[in-house]
Design a protein around this ligand. Structure first.
Ligand code: DON
Length: 305
């Protein structure tokens, strides 16, 4: 029997197509050139079945959706103690690019905001910045099940205008959180954010988290369950930034958004879901992506509670 899932996803997509709210990100000039009408959705089960509808095979830069995966890699490479001594796990309630540290501990609040993500990037194994970036690219490729490459235009456009992230890098260096050259680390972090993915790729990467760290198609173990649990925990509390509370009460699953319009959700033990639609709300989350997840959660009973 044919699966009813594609028909359902098509219906869902059609219902969201008319939503014209939000605007494409423009603080990275190259992202302002994105086609605002794109809309795609992909779902991958822990058994490895993938369902897609709409623009699910269009490349876009992963941006902040890279953060939980790099955090998982840092936990594997540097160990929990080293990572937790440098990056907190508390929601900040601030925007993703806030220049902030926790008052008491002096650490970045969590690995989903830029300060924590830049720190997590610095904790991935690699003799230099280039080696670290290549380790991340290879790991993400194994997660997606295909060779991923960089969007060079997005990468240089972001680095050319990276004053805020450079300020964060210097702040982290000043307080002793970052080792090495802060410009090098920020350059590597921005490169990590410029890896191209599709909604299909992201749904498989999300399904790997849903599957306890084992890639559902290749059977390769890419994260230990303890790292997956830690990454999903911070996605649940901090993945949607200053909209995390709304997201938790309405959608109710661990999630992560990116400024190119990607959005992933993970239902542990069951499914990874990814949506792509470039217009963003004020928090930097995809407007149609959030709407789609709200409907999905309601229709499919995804909420963890
Ligand atoms: O560091 C930045 O500003 C971007 N490379 C990533 C930000 C991002 O995706 C925020 N998420 N919605």
């Amino acid at each position: 029997m044919e699966s009813p899932i594609p028909d359902y996803l098509r219906e869902l997509l059609d219902r969201c197509t008319g939503n014209e709210q939000g605007a494409v990100a423009d603080y990275i000039p190259e992202l302002a050139r994105a086609n605002p009408d794109r809309l795609g959705i992909a779902m991958t089960t822990v058994e490895g079945a993938t369902y897609t509808v709409g623009d699910a095979d269009i490349d876009f830069s992963i941006q902040s959706i890279s953060k939980p995966f790099t955090y998982g890699l840092a936990l594997s490479d540097a160990g929990f103690d080293a990572v937790l001594s440098k990056i907190g796990v508390e929601p900040s309630g601030d925007a993703f690019n806030e220049i902030s540290l926790e008052e008491v501990t002096g650490k970045p609040f969590n690995p989903m905001i830029n300060a924590g993500a830049i720190t997590a990037h610095s904790l991935v194994n690699g003799a230099d910045s280039e080696a670290r970036v290549e380790r991340i690219r290879e790991h993400f490729s194994a997660l997606a099940g295909r060779e991923l490459s960089f969007d060079e235009a997005v990468n240089s456009s972001e680095f050319d205008t990276a004053h805020r992230n450079l300020a964060i890098g210097y702040m982290l260096k000043t307080v002793g959180i970052l080792e090495g050259d802060p410009v090098d680390v920020v350059r590597g972090y921005i490169r990590q954010c410029s890896l191209n993915v599709t909604a299909r790729d992201l749904s498989i990467m999300a399904a790997t988290l849903a599957n306890g760290g084992v890639q559902p198609n290749t059977g390769e173990r890419l994260f230990w369950p303890s790292a997956v649990r830690q990454a999903l925990s911070v996605m649940l509390t901090c993945g949607m930034y200053d909209a995390a509370g709304d997201w938790m009460s309405v959608v109710g699953i661990p999630a992560k958004s990116g400024v190119a319009g990607g959005l992933i959700g993970v239902l542990p033990g069951q499914i990874g879901i990814a949506v792509f639609s470039p217009k963003l709300d004020d928090h930097g989350n995809s407007v149609r992506g959030v709407k789609l997840f709200e409907r999905l959660s309601r229709d499919m009973g995804l909420h963890l509670m």
